[in-house]
Write a protein that binds this ligand. Structure first.
Ligand code: GUN
Length: 283
């Protein structure tokens, strides 16, 4: 069993972005990312801080817009509009979920597709579906990059994704399909879930429930990717996979923390760099 080191893979991605950023700076271009955080969700605060830290590391400018939970839809859309029109901002990210009462879809659609470094805008989602895209969604693309780094081939493999969110489950299935996996997406209405997951060569857990995937749900020798970020009964950080009991059945498994999370951020850096290049007519 090999524990996939997401921190190590993400560090090499960030190194590459950093050196490309230096080359851009020599041409007078400094990539800029705007990070919008509405409300005071503690997990979102941690994610936003990590994203800002990564920007600093690779040499981007980052600007945080921390708004109160009482922010109106109109105020939020006005901010997005302002950022769409600023030449020094190449990427716009609005951390999800938004507080109740705000319309996430409307905010995503308001972000200019060329600055949509999360790849959430329907124009970018559609382009991914066809396979003609500039940006890939950060978590699924980060997972693919991790598989590549460990020479894990998807071609012809049975791939099972648990979870069908627009952020992870659905695009994850699409990226696995692009690499010729045979993909099944499971969700809360799926019957005989264990039967399906037990057949998976590659199992991606994106459910949002602590230690949901147990050893009996996993095939011997499977590759298990854990997208979860939860707290267990002792308030300790844990994933959607019962790591201690599942790990010995796996050929490869990602830990939480130190697996998928750092890869999400590394991909965001790649996307922001690409956005800056595209907006400056490079590539
Ligand atoms: N919330 C959970 N994951 C993400 C992500 O990748 N981007 C944004 N903006 N919000 C998220």
């Amino acid at each position: 069993m090999i524990i996939i080191d997401g921190k190590k893979v993400s560090a090499s991605v960030k190194e590459k972005v950093k050196s490309e950023c230096e080359a851009l700076k020599a041409q007078g271009i400094i990539p800029g990312l705007a990070v919008i955080l509405v409300g005071d969700d503690p997990a979102s605060r941690v994610y936003v801080n990590n994203k800002k830290k990564a920007c600093e590391y690779v040499g981007f400018r980052s600007e945080e817009f921390a708004l109160p939970a009482t922010t109106t839809q109109e105020e939020l859309l006005a901010l997005v509009d302002e950022l769409n029109n600023r030449d020094d901002i190449n990427g716009i990210l609005c951390q999800l979920p938004l507080p109740k009462g705000l319309d996430e879809n409307a905010v995503i659609e308001a972000i200019s597709p060329v600055k949509d470094v999360d790849a959430f805008h329907k124009q970018n989602v559609g382009r991914i579906m066809i396979g003609d895209y500039d940006f890939l969604p950060c978590t699924p693309a980060g997972i693919m990059e991790m598989l590549h780094a460990y020479d894990i081939s998807v071609d012809g493999k049975k791939c099972v994704v648990i979870g069908r969110s627009n952020i992870v489950g659905k695009p994850m299935g699409m990226l696995l399909l692009h690499e010729n996996g045979t993909v099944t997406i499971c969700h809360s209405h799926t019957k005989n879930l264990s039967e399906i997951t037990s057949d998976a060569d590659i199992l991606v857990a994106a459910i949002g429930k602590a230690k949901f995937v147990t050893a009996d749900m996993v095939k011997d020798g499977a590759v298990v990717i854990d997208v979860g970020m939860n707290r267990d009964e002792n308030k300790k950080l844990c994933g959607d996979v019962d790591f201690e009991n599942v790990k010995d059945k796996c050929s490869y498994i990602t830990p939480v923390p130190g697996g998928v999370g750092p890869m999400t951020i590394a991909t965001l850096m790649k996307n922001t760099l690409k956005a800056a290049k595209l907006q400056n007519g490079i590539d």
